[in-house]
Ligand binder design. Structure first.
Ligand code: ATP
Ligand code: PRP
Length: 224
């Protein structure tokens, strides 16, 4: 589906999100020869030209990247696999694992509970998470019913204040879980950031888009 115009007929627009994705994408883009003309980590501009004629980057919220790409408001986007798994739309291709922003999506609970808990015996669980679709699917596949509490961040707080004993959240070093007395009990997925493309742009802008994707693929390879 393509409701937007992206960056015009010839140009290419890449949607990125502030924070971790932007910080880890910029060095990768630079290795691919794509350098923003002003530093998006400092600028308040939301659309920034790059050194490549016609190639722009757009700065949006992480969870909005698939939406911008699906509707053609961006030709390409960089989004965490967690965001893509949670997104319910279609109209985008997952082109390339960029191998950045790597972490894992886990079920976690208080260490005290984990000591006497048996996940194999679960039939119904209450879970606080921002990943309600992924969580529902994960447990449904195992025949476990879920009572979901939708949060928008700081999931690790939920067990501490009695909102829910279990959470589903991203874990990297494990420091946040540890600091809050929680432990990992089940792995749902390994996560990294992926390059996604609008399906219509793949056809209409095939030549410049493929050239850019090839540059990025080489940059990922050179960092392997
Ligand atoms: P927003 O700031 O818009 O609410 P967010 O908090 O999800 O979004 P980030 O924390 O920058 O934004 O995370 C963006 C992506 O980076 C996530 O979707 C995930 O793929 C990845 N990510 C998140 N936390 C970690 C982490 N601790 N280690 C590695 N990658 C992570
Ligand atoms: C992410 C995630 C965890 C934390 C895990 O949060 O939601 O809270 O990182 O990383 P760790 O295992 O290395 O401690 P983030 O730092 O992005 O903060 P947020 O809650 O604002 O998204």
């Amino acid at each position: 589906m393509s409701a937007g115009t992206g960056n015009g007929a010839a140009g290419l627009n890449i949607a990125l999100s502030k924070g971790r994705i932007l910080e880890e994408s910029l060095p990768l883009l630079a290795r691919a020869g794509v350098v923003p003309v002003e530093n998006p980590l400092q600028s308040r501009k939301l659309v920034i030209d790059t050194n490549l004629p016609g190639v722009q980057i757009t700065i949006i919220r992480a969870a909005d990247v698939p939406t911008y790409v699906q509707f053609g408001a961006a030709d390409l986007g960089i989004a965490g696999r967690d965001v893509l798994m949670e997104y319910e739309g279609d109209g985008l291709y997952e082109l390339l694992d960029l191998r950045i922003a790597r972490c894992r999506l886990m079920v976690a609970e208080p260490a005290g509970l984990a000591a006497r808990d048996d996940p194999k015996a679960w039939t119904r669980v209450r879970v606080a998470t921002k990943y309600v679709n992924i969580t529902r699917r994960h447990f449904a596949a195992k025949g476990i019913q879920t009572d979901l509490i939708k949060l928008y961040g700081s999931m690790e707080l939920a067990p501490l204040v009695g909102l829910s004993e279990r959470i589903v959240d991203l874990v990297d070093t494990g420091n946040t879980l540890k600091a809050n007395g929680l432990v990992e009990v089940e792995r749902i997925a390994d996560i990294s950031a992926w390059l996604v493309a609008n399906k219509a742009s793949m056809k209409m802008k095939h030549v410049p888009l493929k050239a850019l994707v090839d540059r990025l693929a080489r940059a990922v390879g050179s960092n392997a």
